[in-house]
Design a protein around this ligand. Structure first.
Ligand code: TPP
Ligand code: MG
Length: 351
């Protein structure tokens, strides 16, 4: 909420209020870019649903409601230097870490030149080798083992890199998470585990997934810091991530960040959440949407105004239109090389 100061021009933000990002070291320009990214991730996600319902793409698994946490948390990493092992909702994470709208859309269309996998992965399984962004693992939580392995390599090679992985609260109950966190903590690896807690694992509510309210509380069992952040508060997410990344880079070991988020859509385009979530609950969840919250926060601080918001919306729409048209016009993979990168080649013997 903007604080008004006496003597200031009507409608102008007060001095001091303008620098809403000052406490976390972010300039107004950076805040605008963060907002653009939250809004772009939402715009491309919404377009994917339209394309799915129009029969153009087979499957959508959405990040709607998670974007604020993903942008805020990923922003603290060094692009092109650090490593990310994403999960299927990581649209905003992947884009913050370097993937373009065209990259995302070609993955959904499974085109021959899709940088995620050349059309081999399941839709929604984004990745980009040039950006140190691992391909998504379908078996949930396995990505922690890949990320911890990368963190171990970074420590041995003294590269100063940090590895971060993301997953849901349901996935946090997999055995891999215990093994990964325990190993990373013992060896003080440069690693951050991010749990995006949206209260559901498909149709299973968190009360049937966890016997405690916060996954972050488990961090103490590994001797590492665990924090809970409001996933709709982009700057709080950035602050928590910055601390965890700095700690990891200093050699002080891993951290766990739990962002409480909302899942604004069904689990996927093959799910209808009105079948298992009451209407009042779904209505209440809309107030946890990070996009209007960030927009209002930055508007109150004078960083955004109506004109700039409209311009960003129009630019994002053009980016999404371009990505859609591009992906529509790209060739499908050739059936001739369907087995490339699937089975080992040139290996002798019977298995
Ligand atoms: C090992 C494994 N078990 C089950 C599944 C099926 N599955 C896919 S997503 C999902 C729910 C995961 O819930 P959560 O971790 O809370 O993430 P969310 O989808 O809510 O973001 C399940 C059970 C899977 N992909 N892998
Ligand atoms: Mg969940």
């Amino acid at each position: 909420m903007a604080v008004t100061q006496r003597g200031e021009a009507a409608g102008r933000p007060a001095k001091g209020v303008r620098r809403v990002g000052a406490s976390v070291g972010l300039s107004d320009e950076q805040l605008i870019e963060m907002y653009r990214m939250v809004a772009l991730a939402r715009a491309i996600d919404e377009r994917m649903w339209v394309l799915n319902r129009a029969g153009r793409i087979p499957f959508v698994i959405s990040g709607q409601g998670h974007e604020g946490a993903q942008v805020g948390i990923t922003w603290a990493l060094k692009k092109g230097h650090d490593w990310v092992a994403p999960f299927y909702r990581s649209i905003a994470t992947a884009m913050t870490f370097g993937m373009t709208a065209r990259d995302m859309m070609t993955a959904q269309y499974a085109t021959a030149n899709d940088p995620s996998s050349g059309g081999r992965q399941m839709p929604g399984h984004y990745g980009h080798a040039a950006h140190n962004l691992l391909s998504v693992s379908s078996p949930v939580a396995t990505q922690i083992l890949h990320a911890v392995g990368i963190a171990l390599a970074a420590k041995i090679r003294k590269t100063g890199q940090v590895a971060m992985t993301f997953m849901g609260e349901g996935s946090s109950n997999q055995g891999d998470v215990h093994e990964g966190l325990n190993f990373a903590a013992i060896h003080k690896l440069p690693f951050v585990l991010v749990i995006e807690n949206n209260g559901y694992a498909i149709s299973v509510p968190s009360s049937k997934e966890l016997a405690l309210p916060d996954v972050a509380a488990r961090a103490s069992g590994y001797g590492i810091p665990g924090v809970v952040v409001d996933g709709a508060d982009v700057l709080a997410c950035y602050r928590a991530s910055k601390e965890a990344v700095e700690r990891a880079r200093r050699g002080d070991g891993p951290s766990l960040i739990e962002a409480k988020v909302t899942r604004l859509t069904g689990h996927s385009s093959d799910d209808q959440q009105t079948k298992y979530r009451p209407a009042e609950e779904l209505e209440a969840e809309r107030s946890l949407d990070p996009l209007p919250k960030f927009r209002e926060q930055l508007t109150a601080a004078g960083v955004l105004d109506e004109e700039l918001i409209a311009r960003i919306d129009a630019e994002n729409k053009a980016v999404v239109d371009d990505a859609t048209n591009f992906a529509e016009s790209e060739p499908d993979p050739s059936p001739d090389n369907a087995l490339e990168h699937v089975f080992a080649e040139g290996v002798e013997g019977t298995f």
